[in-house]
Design a protein around this ligand. Structure first.
Ligand code: SF4
Ligand code: SF4
Length: 396
């Protein structure tokens, strides 16, 4: 798909085409599926190629969400997933559209799930062209890597999770050896991917020695950088981590919040700062969010205007100086990747508006008498697509 084509018009065309070729009952299943309804979260819209995971990492939250240990491929087929996404009011296609994040309620490259993951990625690559990201702990085999590398039209971002080299047997008792995961980083890098080591969650009390070892190994394996982020602590996870000897004094500080809220995030500021320092000393990029790794993968693959669609860069504290993407700088001027006026017109389905772009903010004044419905959602969508703050107001 060409970047200059309008994602709003493409969405309508792609859905019409798919509807003309797909049996009615398949479309009904797609329309009723969760992928047709849920809103993107920060890392993107989550894609479930399966549910459940047998690896039972101590810090994993999927068991709190009601998912079990038996991995089951998701029932939708590839083209149905595409249809479901096209039915979703929050979703738009193309590389300027919605970021798609694989792996939120399963491990997407587990043997029973991997073929569904590939099927979904192929269908997305053929029909939609959105930025996709996989987070995995599996030591992917070469055949799968070659298939992933052959997907056209996707700038696939791959995050390889390593949370500990010395304690992983306690914390991730059934997951593959982290050194096999590091080897996967190496083979990804050799195939032209921009792999990041995903240090999530950063576990309370991660020692300086561990941090040094993880960063050194990430560098040696060929990672482009490290994405490190917080631990989501629920009562069940808290209990599991305490049982396995993770710094009780740190965890105890959060017991009340977990009991009160049901869960809390534990962000170890000092450990994060140490990881960042060591990563930069080694010439690695340090990021705090998975979506940023996807943006960096696109940027380094030639999409110069790539910028995080949820505009996290508007907060100065959100970006790390080591990130090459410089989204904030790019978003200062007029959008060059899409025609702002055409995009707004397609969303509003009207030409009764005026548009003015000042210091990277798109101000849209809708003329009196135009429909008011859904303006909030349309402002959110246009801001996502244009990578700019969009303010829509009603004149009169
Ligand atoms: S591999 Fe991922 S999905 Fe599976 S248990 Fe571990 S954290 Fe959860
Ligand atoms: S510049 Fe900031 S928002 Fe953009 S990818 Fe880098 S860290 Fe993320």
């Amino acid at each position: 798909m060409s970047s200059c084509l309008n994602p709003v018009a493409l969405k309508e065309g792609a859905l019409r085409e798919l509807e003309s070729k797909t049996p009615h009952e398949s479309l009904v299943a797609a329309k009723n599926d969760g992928h047709a309804k849920r809103k993107p979260i920060r890392c993107g819209l989550t894609i479930h190629p399966g549910t459940g995971c047998p690896l039972q990492c101590t810090y994993c939250y999927i068991y709190d969400m009601g998912f079990g240990t038996h991995p089951t491929p998701y029932p939708l087929r590839g083209e149905q997933l595409v249809a479901a996404l096209l039915y979703n009011k929050y979703f738009y296609p193309t590389k300027w559209g919605t970021y798609l994040a694989f792996g939120s309620v399963t491990e997407p490259l587990l043997p029973p799930i991997v073929s569904r993951t590939l099927e979904y990625l192929k269908a997305i690559s053929k029909h939609l062209g959105n930025p996709c990201q996989i987070a995995t702990k599996m030591p992917v085999n070469d055949e799968t890597l070659d298939e992933l590398a052959s997907l056209k039209g996707l700038k696939l971002s791959v995050l390889v999770t390593v949370t500990s080299l010395h304690q992983y047997r306690f914390l991730e008792p059934k997951a593959p050896d982290p050194y096999l995961r590091l080897d996967a980083i190496n083979r990804l890098q050799k195939r032209g991917f921009i792999p990041f080591l995903f240090l999530r969650p950063v576990l309370p009390g991660l020692s300086e020695e561990e941090v040094d070892d993880i960063v050194n190994e990430a560098k040696a394996a060929g990672a482009y950088g490290i994405v490190a982020s917080a631990l989501r602590l629920s009562p069940r996870i808290l209990k599991g981590l305490m049982k396995r000897g993770v710094k009780a004094e740190i965890l105890e500080r959060h017991v009340k919040a977990v009991a009160r809220e049901g869960f809390t995030y534990v962000e170890e500021g000092d450990v994060l700062a140490l990881i960042r320092r060591r990563a930069l000393e080694k010439g690695l990029v340090f990021l705090k969010r998975a979506c940023c790794a996807s943006t960096v993968a696109q940027y380094l693959s030639g999409t110069e205007e790539a910028a995080c669609p949820n505009l996290c860069f508007l907060s100065r504290r959100a970006c790390d100086a080591s990130c090459p993407s410089r989204c904030r700088f790019k978003a200062k001027g007029e959008p060059r990747h899409l025609d702002a006026e055409q995009t707004i017109m397609a969303l509003l389905q009207s030409s009764r508006f005026r548009i003015e772009i000042r210091e990277g903010t798109v101000h849209v004044k809708v003329k009196a008498g135009s429909p008011r419905e859904g303006l909030k959602l349309k402002a959110w969508i246009s801001s996502y697509l244009l990578r700019r703050r969009v303010l829509i107001s009603y004149a009169g």
